[in-house]
Design a protein around this ligand. Structure first.
Ligand code: ATP
Ligand code: MG
Length: 137
């Protein structure tokens, strides 16, 4: 079993989609073992998306991620990292497969509803940025 880090982004909380997205996550066999709703600071968002800091959309991305509350989560299951990326769908919702979270709920590549870790190394780092061991069970 494996853990991955997930964020329900501000477009999800704004449209009251926390429960609907969580239903897709749980239906896929992923267990929500940690969950907290927070308002990200600019510093937190910049740190989280540091790898993208040279990209043209970086400013917009940080602006969006701090535009409202997000739900940070730890998901657990067999091949959780790859499985969640599959359930999320492509970054651009226009290219996402039928039935994926982004195809179902997202309106643009910028406001694409969810984040999921892309590797075991990043999952570990990202979970540690937002969760203490005692808040995962
Ligand atoms: P995430 O890291 O959020 O799970 P991802 O791994 O599918 O998404 P990345 O390439 O890591 O995609 O991009 C990180 C985020 O930056 C995307 O989820 C999206 O919100 C934003 N983003 C990526 N490309 C663009 C773009 N061309 N225009 C605007 N925003 C973008
Ligand atoms: Mg990414």
């Amino acid at each position: 079993t494996e853990r991955t880090f997930s964020i329900l982004k501000p477009d999800a909380t704004k449209r009251n989609l926390t429960g609907a997205v969580n239903a897709v996550i749980e239906k896929a066999g992923l267990r929500i073992v940690g969950q907290r709703r927070i308002q990200m600071s600019k510093a937190q968002a910049e740190k989280f998306y540091e790898v993208h800091n040279a990209r043209p959309f970086f400013g917009e991305l940080v602006e969006f991620m701090t535009s409202g509350p997000v739900v940070v989560q730890v998901l657990e299951g067999e091949n959780a990292i790859a499985k969640y990326r599959e359930v999320m769908g492509a970054t651009n919702p226009a290219q996402a497969a039928e039935g994926t979270i982004r195809k179902t709920f997202s309106e643009s590549v910028g406001e694409n509803t969810v984040h999921g870790s892309d590797s075991a190394e990043n999952a570990k780092l990202e979970i540690a940025q937002f969760f203490q061991d005692a808040d995962i069970a």
